[in-house]
Design a protein around this ligand. Sequence first.
Ligand SMILES: [Zn+2]
Ligand SMILES: [Zn+2]
Length: 245
Amino acid sequence: MRVTFVGSGDAFGSGGRFHTCIHVQSRRSRFLVDCGASSLIALKRMEIDRSGIETVFVTHFHGDHFGGIPYFLLDAQFFSGRTNALTIAGPEGLPSWFERVMETTFAGSSRAERAFEVRLIEIEPGTRAQINGIDVEAARVRHGEPDGPFLAYRFTVDEKVIAYTGDTEWVDDLIDIGCDSDLLIAEAYFYEKRVPLHLSFAILAEKLPLIAPKRLILTHMSDDMLGRLGRIDHETARDGLMVEV
Ligand SMILES: [Zn+2]
Ligand SMILES: [Zn+2]
């Protein structure tokens, strides 16, 4: 399967990068993980077929992960000619957050007639679900007040496991989420500064033996982290990076 980092940035455009958006193309399905405010621009720049995306998994409702949903939907409605259903899956509270983000971005858009169905699925942490042929497990992580919810994901698709921490400070549940995965995508916000609610490279490096992923790619990096890439002997994401898993 092919994983494309459509956006590898943080909320604040560090390094001139697009907001978080990861495109996964497997044998059976295509999906996004997160769709930040600038993700539609990035998807178009990379000429990714938007109508082929069946599912968008959302880790949390911050604008750099969720704020692109209205643009994605209105583009599907008016420009990309979508007729196939779109599933948006995310934390508890998704239906009300969906309405809020749509109405804030384009008043009236949450109830507009569309040529395609939008299915909203709330994912319960600690359970396992099958969504459009993707086996997904989620864990609740810690990333702010009010308490999200904020999720990390573990996807099994084409007999491979891709895990993504989302935004979070270290929580032990990340061990189960990333354990023995074929690809772990992990936030590395700061290089060594330990701050609440985000992962730094230093703490991730310390915990990495417990997770033991087969491959690690760091993302969602601040200017502090981007300035030290030369010192890091792990793979790091950049916008447009494509990897085969
Ligand atoms: Zn973020
Ligand atoms: Zn966030």
